[in-house]
Design a protein around this ligand. Structure first.
Ligand code: CA
Length: 445
């Protein structure tokens, strides 16, 4: 026993080392993921009609990553990338799994380790609260993917009110560590309270919490209390969507208060982002000034509000403009936990960049691909080559044209050729999709 304990200590101290001048404690890591949030629908992103005071306060003590991306323009693949630190196309997870509890194939492949696996081995208590959406089969359950604690909805969304009517996936009971549980009140409040309890209960040791709200994804069912705060919005669809955003902001406030009140704010890295852009037509969410929406490889599908806060170590209230990815969360967290990640990884440790110790872009290029290459894109510096339809390629300079309105492909053929080649090189290491999204043949992704 003693010898085992000693070799564990040796392992823990030999990996990756401390940053200069840092104390030896490992920070907590709180990842807050919104679902289908519009790029322009938060105060700190310039929104005027939806109050988000808690996220605005978080932004004031964060680095706002203005070129922050997810690795996919919709729900499940983004989560697969975020939790593994790998482009999800590497292992065939580029569609949404259907709600099929008997299907052992439609979910995050068991060959892949998650951020929870990595941090748990490094001595962290790991929790997941909220939307899972990485497979309905019992073998994909969060408790089997490295999470010590799980409470939430295993599917791709859920009704927000217990008495509402909806389809099977959206009506299933909540799951608490493998046991079914009913809920009372509004689901977003329930998740906020659960996350706050996790934060307070685990004060004695380093922890990582992945808090994945299903808000403000449809169905548009805000609480009466949240709706009251946005009653001035005339458009009914946007008003209801805004109510969900306000409710999420309130729930985040409850979690951040718990962090502060339990004395953990200074030594917790808080990361906030959305899993994809707003589905503008479905919810009247807004991605201004970006082109496109959820499902699209234009910026509106994949560039998202992205905050990184760690009051003890990082600058506050500043912008960080180099392109970064949700794939970077795992390697950054692993470095903070001073542990190594076995196997291939596409993300990078952002800390040296965020602290200004390392100059230049963390990634030479970022890539996107949907459903085996139906659409794809690559970003290199300010250049973005986008193929929104087979056979069409558009080139944009994002520095002068964030809205992707002026196609420069005809005049910059050498850039087009280079980025096409880069995409093909990257794509060579990808595999075909393991499963299709439900209704994929009849509906656009
Ligand atoms: Ca989503």
């Amino acid at each position: 026993m003693n010898r085992l304990f000693c070799s564990f200590l040796l392992l823990a101290t030999s990996a990756s080392g401390l940053y200069a001048g840092e104390q030896s404690t490992k920070p907590n890591i709180l990842i807050i993921l919104a679902d289908d949030l519009g790029y322009a629908d938060l105060g700190f992103q310039g929104c005027k009609d939806i109050p988000t005071p808690n996220l605005d306060q978080l932004a004031a003590r964060s680095l706002r990553c203005t070129n922050g991306y997810v690795s996919h323009p919709f729900c499940s693949p983004t989560r697969a990338g975020l939790l593994t630190g790998r482009y999800q196309q590497r292992f065939g997870h580029e569609n949404n799994p259907a709600w099929l509890p008997e299907d052992a194939k439609a979910g995050l492949p068991l060959s892949q380790r998650t951020i929870a696996d990595v941090l748990r081995l490094a001595g962290y208590r790991t929790g997941c609260v909220g939307k899972w959406h990485l497979g309905a089969h019992p073998s994909f359950h969060p408790n089997r993917r490295g999470f010590d604690h799980y409470f939430g909805i295993l599917g791709g969304g859920h009704l927000y009110l217990p008495n509402a009517k909806g389809g099977v996936e959206y009506s299933i009971p909540l799951d608490r560590n493998g046991k079914k549980e009913e809920f009372k009140g509004h689901l977003t409040d329930v998740f906020g309270r659960e996350a706050a309890d996790f934060v307070k209960d685990n004060k004695a040791r380093p922890w990582m919490l992945y808090l994945a709200f299903n808000a403000p994804h449809t169905p548009l069912q805000p609480s009466a209390k949240s709706l009251e705060r946005v009653k001035g919005i005339e458009d009914e669809k946007r008003r209801n969507y805004a109510g969900l955003v306000v409710g999420m902001d309130d729930a985040i406030g409850v979690v951040l208060d718990a962090l502060r009140e339990s004395g953990q704010e200074e030594d917790t890295m808080v990361i906030f982002l959305s899993d994809n852009g707003g589905p503008t037509e479905v919810t009247n969410s807004r991605n201004f000034p970006l082109r496109g929406a959820k499902g699209s490889i234009f910026e509106g599908g994949v560039r998202i509000p992205f905050l990184i806060s760690w009051p003890a170590r990082l600058p506050k209230g500043k912008d960080f403009a180099e392109p970064i990815s949700s794939l970077d969360i795992l390697p950054t967290a692993a470095a903070l936990a001073r542990t190594k990640v076995d196997g291939p990884i596409d993300g990078v440790d952002l800390m040296p960049h965020l602290k200004g110790e390392k100059k230049g872009p963390p990634h030479e290029r970022l890539f996107w691909r949907t459903n085996g290459g139906v659409t794809w894109a690559v970003r290199e510096g300010n250049w973005k080559l986008a193929s929104p339809t087979k056979g069409i390629m558009l080139l944009f300079d994002l520095k002068t044209d964030i809205g992707e309105s002026e196609d420069l492909a005809a005049s910059r053929t050498e850039v087009v050729r280079r980025l096409m080649q880069a995409y093909e090189d990257w794509n060579r290491d990808n595999v075909a999709p393991l499963f299709q999204s439900p209704g994929a043949k009849s509906k656009k992704q």
